[in-house]
Design a protein around this ligand. Sequence first.
Ligand SMILES: Nc1ncnc2c1ncn2[C@@H]1O[C@H](COP(=O)(O)OP(=O)(O)OP(=O)(O)O)[C@@H](O)[C@H]1O
Ligand SMILES: [Mg+2]
Length: 235
Amino acid sequence: MSLIELRGVTKTFLSGAEAVTPVQDLDFDVQQGEFVCLMGPSGSGKTTLLHLLAGIDQPSEGRVVIAGEEVSAMSANALARWRTRAVGYVFQQYNLIPVLTAAENVEVPLLLLRMSRADRARRVAVALAAVGLTDRAHHLPRQMSGGQQQRVAIARALVADPVALLADEPTGNLDRSSATATMQLLRRLVDEFGKTLVMVTHDPQAAKSADRVVHLDKGRIVDRVDAEAAEHDHA
Ligand SMILES: Nc1ncnc2c1ncn2[C@@H]1O[C@H](COP(=O)(O)OP(=O)(O)OP(=O)(O)O)[C@@H](O)[C@H]1O
Ligand SMILES: [Mg+2]
């Protein structure tokens, strides 16, 4: 069985009289320990798909099953609990809380779990060490570079030891060298920590780190079409 299993998944949003269907009748599988990259034009449904994987949105039709649990059948309460321990989410804009230090930002997901202060401190230290930021634990986000802030965000996504990491354009705001360092870190989390990673990117360079690239167009999985992707094929 796949770690992530989508069957016949459709997501329709109603805005006024208009219906938008960013994900259409999708079958999609990700294996345990796999690093999959999602690419596709703007509006092709990449973020919507990640939201469905994270249980941030529920499908209009079809089933989302992650690690044997049917996410698409959970109540809102069950979903909130499940999300904290099952998936870690990394955003393009980092989304750190500006008044909290790196360590305090990383601790936030653990506050939703039943855990002693000492256990939380231990987990935070392990996560910060994994991203190479032990020496920045007491810095505020504004005292760190973009690349360091993204590594704090990755530590926060990791800290509850989720089965899957989901990342939406994690290198979109970074310069080339920070982007490369971030991709090396993500690759290492898959190789050394056995994490499963689904990452959205527009960056063909970043996509090279993945085990597999899946192309979306108009809410469906397609064979690669664009020139950038074709170039990546021959690289
Ligand atoms: N909550 C929502 N309500 C209405 N429409 C939505 C909602 N979320 C997404 N959409 C629509 O679904 C389509 C796909 O959006 P999505 O954010 O998944 O695209 P994307 O592939 O991530 O694009 P980008 O590369 O620009 O981030 C868009 O047309 C968008 O307007
Ligand atoms: Mg998007």
